[in-house]
Design a protein around this ligand. Structure first.
Ligand code: 5GP
Ligand code: ZN
Length: 115
């Protein structure tokens, strides 16, 4: 069931518009509204899970599907020099939207470590 106060559930339902770049029956990928790299795409399941830990404990097949979507998206966006895959989790991880999502960041050389 969608969470009524969840921003990304509202993107899944179409209540809030997003620039969708890839979609399957279980997941969507869309451009981040505040990009941190030339290519910054978010991948989310259509079903709500709070974070990657809850997702993996509940539905490891869906977790694997999201990684397959990552591979499809990086091919579609031709990120041939590489990319960074990020799942900020919880307060210490800097998560600001509590609907599990992977960030794909690419299109420039990224520094390490993060702040
Ligand atoms: P987090 O901080 O939880 O790891 O990532 C949340 C991401 O969602 C941020 O990068 C933020 O820019 C993005 N974001 C927040 N609100 C919206 C929105 O309404 N539309 C889109 N496309 N991205 C959003
Ligand atoms: Zn949600």
């Amino acid at each position: 069931m969608p969470m009524s106060d969840c921003l990304f559930c509202k993107i899944v339902s179409g209540e809030i518009p997003a620039n969708i770049v890839y979609e399957t029956d279980q997941a969507i990928a869309f451009f981040d509204i505040d990009p941190k790299a030339p290519t910054h795409i978010l991948i989310i399941p259509k079903v709500h899970y709070d974070n990657v830990t809850e997702l993996t404990r509940s539905d490891v097949a869906l977790a694997g599907h999201l990684l397959d979507v990552v591979t499809q998206v990086i091919q579609q966006e031709t990120l041939i020099r590489g990319y960074r895959l990020v799942a900020n989790t919880g307060p210490d991880g800097g998560q600001t939207v509590d609907h599990v999502h992977f960030h794909i960041l690419g299109g420039r050389e990224l520094t390490w470590p993060p702040g």
